[in-house]
Write a protein that binds this ligand. Structure first.
Ligand SMILES: CC(=O)Nc1ccn([C@H]2C[C@H](O)[C@@H](CO)O2)c(=O)n1
Length: 104
């Protein structure tokens, strides 16, 4: 059983440590610093690594910065486009910062 999923297109970046943050809605804001999470692919729920949560911080869509985008391995316009696709109309997000601890 996995604890969190990511779209398959982000798997390589997460495993390589190029993506160290994810922005989620309130339904995934309950994770706590130090918690280790099994990570699966959204499309098929196949486990691909374990991450450790560093922090969970509320952030509004209009507060996103180039630093958030860098941690996502994207540009800020790319990040805002992804967020608009996944969470249309949502302004209240949670930035989950993590490190990858093991891979499958
Ligand atoms: C079910 C669900 O919401 N899955 C998600 C949500 C977000 N992501 C990624 C996409 C971006 O890189 C960041 C910001 O939302 O997190 C995801 O892979 N899967």
């Amino acid at each position: 059983m996995n604890d969190i999923t990511f779209f398959q297109r982000f798997e390589n970046d997460i495993v390589a440590g190029r993506k160290t943050i994810t922005l989620r809605d309130a339904s995934e804001s309950h994770f706590t610093p130090g918690q280790q999470l099994r990570v699966g692919r959204y499309e098929d729920d196949v486990y691909f690594c374990t991450i450790e949560v560093v922090s969970v911080t509320p952030v509004a869509l209009d507060q996103l910065t180039d630093e958030h985008a860098r941690q996502e391995n994207m540009t800020l316009p790319e990040l805002k486009e992804v967020i608009a696709e996944i969470y249309p109309g949502l302004n209240e997000l949670y930035a989950i910062v993590f490190t990858r601890v093991t891979k499958a």
